[in-house]
Design a binder for this molecule. Structure first.
Ligand code: IMP
Length: 427
């Protein structure tokens, strides 16, 4: 396969960064296609830990082309900081390319994200407060600023002036908040433009060329299927399309270019932010999984909500994304539990269902139906071959595969690159 899309199969934080990093070794090009600094990947390379928010994980390999596609919303301040940090740590950025059509996250987006969340009170979405929703709102409303506008001082002034005036009216009149100075914004963002300019290009052309030359291209989704604007647990979702189809729109390619979509799933489930979570656990097992799995947000540091694996969610992800394979991560975190469970269906208002309801009320009324399995105690991270894993762990993986209805290509049992077991080659 030459063109693979990697997506989150749950509510994000499935370990996509690690799997991307693993696959990036074989890929020539890695493309981010949606989301923004709401995403956070933690990558361990040797004794170094890298936290990336906007730049594709492939950047840690020299010679890989890394693309921030048109579907990403870019916070220039965050991107420049991330670039500086990588440069200081000796990472070469000459292969980084930024789409001229990507939209920008501006300071007023971040501020509006906070104010809108405050206004929602108990009904808050639990956003990452990175301005993602307001930036995509402006894109859809056709009042967004794109990277290409940033590079032209006159264009930027012409576009930004009426937008900031309108935002200031909103901030002052509706929220009683401080306005933004247009001149200050022009000054500051004009400087960011100089830093970013050498990296800006029409990335759709670049990616198409790479595909036609037979290069291996990996599209790296951020967040996950259940946070998809259309298919997730709306309104407790993000404002972009993290699903397979999103790669076409946000990467600037046609569907016929995609050879396979691979879904990353944790061996259990986590969720940050608010919204329904049918298999959510509380008490000692949740605490144990959270601590062993270090389940705290990379971007916000928030403790993640934790639950058993949900096969209803996995099957949904298989269908919505057209998954060819799953990559199962963090299996080692379940080590030491007496028993482990998988939710195979929901009981909803007296009826058994095996699909994801559209209504949040219906989903909130769902009770999980579980299958229970014996646990294992061996340290999986120390076992070289998947075949030598304890029978209980292998049985668990086999059942996940059966319930999801697709093969598992990779099983990850630790943060290191060598702790990924290959069951099927992807590239
Ligand atoms: P936003 O994307 O910041 O607007 O947040 C909307 C929802 O998506 C919230 O529940 C966030 O916690 C969640 N979310 C956004 N990005 C991520 C991510 O990278 N991992 C997991 N959850 C995320």
């Amino acid at each position: 396969m030459s063109t693979v899309v990697l997506v989150g199969s749950q509510w994000g934080d499935e370990g996509k960064g690690k799997v991307t990093d693993f696959l990036a070794e074989k890929a020539d090009v890695v493309v981010r296609y949606q989301g923004g600094t709401n995403a956070g990947h933690t990558l361990s390379v040797g004794d170094q830990v890298f936290k990336l928010h906007l730049i594709p994980s492939g950047i840690l390999y020299p010679q890989k082309t890394c693309v921030i596609g048109n579907g990403v919303v870019i916070d220039p301040v965050a991107l420049v900081n991330e670039m500086n940090e990588l440069r200081e740590r000796g990472i070469d950025l000459s292969n980084l390319h930024i789409s001229d059509r990507a939209h920008l996250v501006m300071p007023y987006h971040r501020r509006l994200d906070e104010l809108q969340e405050q206004e929602r009170g108990d009904d808050k979405i639990g956003t990452t407060l990175r301005g993602i929703g307001p930036a995509y709102m402006d894109k859809v409303q056709r009042t967004g600023i794109r990277v290409i506008d940033l590079l032209d001082d006159d264009e930027l002034k012409d576009k930004l002036t009426p937008i900031v005036m309108a935002k200031n009216r909103l901030l002052e009149k509706l929220y009683g908040a401080a306005p933004y100075s247009i001149d200050d914004l022009l000054d500051e963002y004009g400087q960011h433009a100089q830093t970013l300019r050498p990296y800006v290009t029409d990335t759709s052309v670049l990616v198409a060329e790479k595909i036609s030359q037979g290069h291996k291209v990996l599209f790296e989704g951020a967040q996950g299927t259940m946070l998809d604007l259309d298919h997730g647990t709306y309104p407790y979702v993000t404002s972009s399309s993290p699903t397979g189809g999103g790669a076409c729109i946000g990467g600037g390619i046609g569907p016929e270019c995609i050879d396979a979509v691979v879904g990353v799933a944790k061996a259990y489930t986590t969720r940050v932010g608010d919204g329904p979570f049918t298999t959510e656990l509380e008490g000692p097992i949740a605490t144990r999984i959270r601590e062993v799995g270090k389940e705290y947000g990379t971007t916000t540091g928030r403790p993640r909500r934790v639950g058993w694996l949900d096969a209803v969610v996995l099957r949904y992800a298989v269908r919505i994304n057209g998954l060819r394979y799953l990559a199962l991560t963090l299996l080692d975190v379940l080590t030491g539990l007496d028993t482990v469970k998988i939710c195979t269906g929901y009981r909803c208002r007296g009826e058994e269902i095996t699909h994801m309801p559209a209504s949040l009320r219906a989903l909130e009324a769902c009770e999980p139906m579980y299958e229970e399995f014996p646990g294992w105690s061996e340290d999986l991270a120390q076992i070289e071959d998947f075949e030598d894993f304890p029978k209980e762990a292998k049985d668990y993986v086999a059942r996940v595969c059966e319930l999801a209805g697709v093969p598992i290509a990779l099983v990850s049992v630790g943060p290191g690159r060598h702790q990924t077991k290959i069951l099927q080659e992807i590239f």
